[in-house]
Every structure is written in structure tokens, then in C-alpha cells.
Design a protein around this ligand. Structure first.
Ligand code: NAD
Length: 438
């Protein structure tokens, strides 16, 4: 199969590289010349473990290339994937479809043979039909079909998720498009990964329903954690106890500082918006959005408590600012709520993050960047674990405590315990939904 991939972001680039590794011929297109230049030089513009090596292997094999030129990419292509951003539209929470529709128009103006136009971006119900109309209007003579193929990969584990998915979802309107999609995903089909072939609308809904469900699950355990803090109990024990129930499952039950990232915040908002537009309010999702905001704000209160009621003049060492480990993505990270609040209240914030600086420099003004957690802890008043990078999971806590002016820790990812902290000489320790001491 010959595939064109529009958009070389987290989803487009990983998908393009993995499709080429399946043996397909893939050309990735982006309109950002800096990205294409980097890619042509063998550099990956984002941080995603394993991607650079897999990309190099497939470029070397002659199956993968990059271009700014859509005409070149569409030559003889069997399918073109749209993997551009669908951020929250300013003002109303709706998914912004400007980039998707622009890509659809460009395809319509460029394609000259039968092609399947596949939307990989997360898009609201009805968008694939809209893509079809746009293409038909722009180029009435083009022979094409549309397909919806939402992506479920997680940043930080994207290659594995793409190569060994829980399922692949494909929405189509006819057999012809279904056959092309089946051929593209044949390597996964042969390895017996489930392929859900359905209609366009169901495919679009599956993606939003999945993300809203996961956001609900994480928010649920975060709320239980908040209650544990008032009434006692350890949320880690609670999560284990409920997670062993097969109907509940143990994934997505790690209490933390509130969900963030490039998908959950925008996709929950978009689903809520779709509900409002169709007079069918998504009340659970709307509540999840509200509770998640409260959880993020509650983190600031927790840090304030540990700082003795004022941030002014305090030195705070912040470990991790990306929305989760193993990515450089800062979109909607809890750090973007928490860090500015501390800086604004007069704290001197030091940040350590293995990959966050590239994006974080512009997003977190007023902080000082450190490479080493121990150096950041020197004379600090408070240590905050905000993202559970492996580098932060096995710190020599005794050494950290000794270096600090006042050894106090806010472990917002529950990677240590009150016992660990006490033994290491900390004066105060707090985490999420577990025993603390002040
Ligand atoms: P991204 O912002 O990282 O990348 C989008 C890329 O598309 C950019 O490089 C941009 O320059 C390019 N682009 C935009 N318009 C273009 C055009 N007309 N022609 C060529 N290139 C164009 O976005 P992302 O994180 O990869 O997300 C893409 C979609 O996938 C979104 O809808 C998102 O919701 C969905 N998704 C993302 C993830 C994730 O973990 N990031 C997971 C599943 C689904």
C-alpha cells in the first residue's frame, strides 16, 4: 500500500513510521518547513521513546520519506490520512476543525485518482461526512471514499500502543474503503488484534466515549483520594482493592494532581459541547471537567499548607512539568496551573524535567531550570514531585533532605510514602489520598 500522512505531530509521525514498518510505502507531509527539515535530517521533532530508531530503520529501507509537497505525497497513494491537530476552539469548547477541513480541501484540489481519505484526528460526530462534502464540493470529479480511524496511542508508549493496540477502530461507508483499510492494517489483523469495523459516526463516538470514560475513571479515584485525606484510608490500597474486581480493572486508578495532556481536557470539553448542541447534556462529563479543575486547584492549597501558609520568598524545587513521563508534551499539563500560581505568589520555582524545557521555557516564565534534582533541592523549602519520571522514582531521599533548607515534600504522584520520608529525615510529607505528616 502507498500511504500519505498529513501532519507529523505525535500521532501523524508515529502512525507514519509504524505503517512504514508494516511494510507500506509512506510519505509524511507537514506544512511546517522546520519540522520537515529536521525529519529529512533524521531528527525527530518530538520526544517519543524508540521513534528515532524506528524512523531511521524505515527511511534506510526506502519505505519512509518526508515532504512539504502534498502533490508529491498523493501520487499513486491508496490512502491519505489526516492527522492534524483538533484543539479546543477558543470560547466555546468545540473541537476546532479548521486544520482538518483545510487538509480536506487541499486533498480535493490535489488528488487525481481513487483514494481513501482517512481521518485519524479526533473529530466530533458528523465530521467525516463534512470532510466528504467539502471534498465533493471542491472537486466534484474526484473518485474517493472517506474513513474514520481514530487513534488511541498514548504518548510515551506510542510505538507499542500502535504496534500492539487493544483494538483498531475503522468507520467506513462501503466495502471498497473497508478493503483498503483492511489491507493497511493487515499485519495487525494477522496477529489477531481486534479490528472494529463500523460506521463513520460510531467510530467518531468511540474515540470521545473512550477518552471521557478514562477521564471519568481517573477523576473518580482522585475524588476518592480527596475524601481519604479527610476521613482516613490510603487511596493506593483502595485502588488496589477495587481494581482487582474484573468489572472495574486496575488501570487508570492512580490518584494524582488531575488529568492533563493533549487529549483528555480537549476531548471531554468537545464531548460536553456536542451534548449541549444536541440538547442532550453530558452531565457526567461536565462534572468530571469541573471536578478536575477543582483537583488541580486543591494541589495549590496542599503546597501552600506545606509552605506554612505563604509562598512568598520560598524556594520550591519542582520535579517534572510535562503532563506525564516519557514525553515532552506540555499541553494542558497540571504544571501550567500550579507553577504560575506559585511564581505569582512570590515563590522562587526551580524546575527539573528530562524533556520539558523545550516547550516549558516559553510556557513557564519566571522559573529557573535545573538538570539535577539534588542541585535543585539545595537550600529549597519544598520539594514537589509533579511528574513521575523514572529519574525521580528512586532518589536518595536522605541526601535530598540534607540539602534542603526545610525538608518538606509534596509527592503529587504517590511514588514515595510518609514512612520513606520520615526515615529520610523530612519534616513534612504529603501526597494524594494517603497518610501525611506535617
Ligand atoms: P500535533 O499538534 O502534535 O500535530 C499536528 C501536525 O499537523 C503539526 O505538525 C502541524 O504542522 C500539522 N498540520 C496541520 N495542518 C496541516 C496541513 N494542512 N498540512 C500538513 N500538515 C499540517 O497534534 P497531535 O498530538 O499529533 O494530534 C493530532 C490529532 O490526533 C488530534 O486530533 C488529537 O486529538 C489526536 N490524538 C492525539 C493523541 C496524542 O497523544 N497526542 C492521541 C490520540 C489522538
Amino acid at each position: 500500500m502507498k500511504i500519505a500522512m498529513i501532519g507529523t505531530g505525535y500521532v501523524g509521525l508515529v502512525s507514519g513510521v509504524c505503517f512504514s514498518d508494516f511494510g507500506h510505502e509512506v510519505i509524511c507531509v507537514d506544512k511546517d518547513p522546520a519540522k520537515i527539515e529536521k525529519l529529512e535530517n533524521g531528527q525527530v521533532p518530538i520526544y517519543e521513546p524508540g521513534l528515532e530508531q524506528l524512523m531511521a530503520k524505515n527511511v534506510e529501507a526506502g519505505r519512509l520519506s518526508f515532504t512539504l509537497d502534498l502533490t508529491h505525497a498523493l501520487q499513486d497513494a491508496d490512502a491519505v490520512f489526516i492527522a492534524v491537530g483538533t484543539p479546543t476552539r477558543r470560547g466555546d469548547g468545540h473541537a476546532d476543525l479548521t486544520y482538518v477541513m483545510a487538509a480536506a480541501e487541499e486533498i480535493a484540489r490535489t488528488a487525481d485518482h481513487y483514494i481513501v481519505v482517512v481521518t485519524k484526528s479526533t473529530v466530533p460526530l458528523g465530521t467525516n461526512r463534512q470532510v466528504k462534502q467539502t471534498i465533493r464540493k471542491t472537486n466534484p470529479n474526484l473518485d474517493f471514499d472517506v474513513a474514520s480511524n481514530p487513534e488511541f496511542l498514548r504518548e510515551g508508549a506510542a510505538i507499542d500502543d500502535f504496534m500492539k493496540p487493544d483494538r483498531v477502530v475503522v468507520g467506513v461507508q462501503n466495502e471498497r474503503a473497508a478493503e483498503v483499510m483492511a489491507e493497511i492494517y493487515r499485519p495487525l489483523y494477522l496477529r489477531e488484534f481486534p479490528i472494529v469495523t463500523t460506521d463513520l459516526e460510531s467510530a467518531e463516538m468511540i474515540k470521545y466515549a473512550a477518552n471521557a470514560f478514562l477521564a471519568t475513571k481517573i477523576t473518580f479515584i482522585n475524588e476518592i483520594a480527596a475524601l481519604c485525606e479527610r476521613v482516613g484510608g490510603d487511596v493506593k490500597e483502595v485502588a488496589r482493592g477495587i481494581g482487582l474486581d474484573g468489572r472495574i480493572g486496575n488501570k487508570f486508578l492512580h490518584a494524582g494532581p488531575g488529568y492533563g495532556g493533549s487529549c483528555f481536557p480537549k476531548d471531554t470539553k468537545a464531548l460536553a459541547r456536542i451534548g449541549q448542541e444536541h440538547a442532550m447534556p453530558m452531565q457526567i462529563t461536565e462534572t468530571v471537567i469541573k471536578v478536575n479543575e477543582e483537583i488541580k486547584r486543591r494541589m495549590i492549597d496542599k503546597l501552600l499548607d506545606l509552605s506554612g501558609g505563604s509562598f512568598n520568598g520560598k524556594t520550591i524545587a519542582m520535579l517534572g512539568v510535562t503532563f506525564k513521563p516519557n514525553t515532552d508534551d506540555m499541553r494542558d499539563a497540571p504544571s501550567l496551573t500550579i507553577v504560575p500560581a506559585l511564581v505569582g505568589a512570590g515563590a522562587k520555582v526551580r524546575v527539573v524535567d528530562p524533556q520539558g524545557r523545550n516547550e516549558g521555557d516559553a510556557l513557564l516564565p519566571g522559573v529557573v531550570w535545573f538538570d539535577d534534582p539534588y542541585k535543585a533541592a539545595q537550600n529549597a523549602d519544598l520539594l514537589v514531585v509533579l511528574t513521575e519520571w523514572n529519574e525521580f522514582r528512586a532518589l536518595d531521599l536522605k541526601k535530598v533532605a540534607k540539602k534542603m533548607a526545610t525538608p518538606r515534600m509534596a509527592d503529587l504522584r504517590n511514588i514515595y510514602s510518609a514512612k520513606d520520608a520520615k526515615r529520610a529525615g523530612f519534616d513534612a510529607y504529603d501526597s494524594i489520598g494517603r497518610p501525611a505528616f506535617h
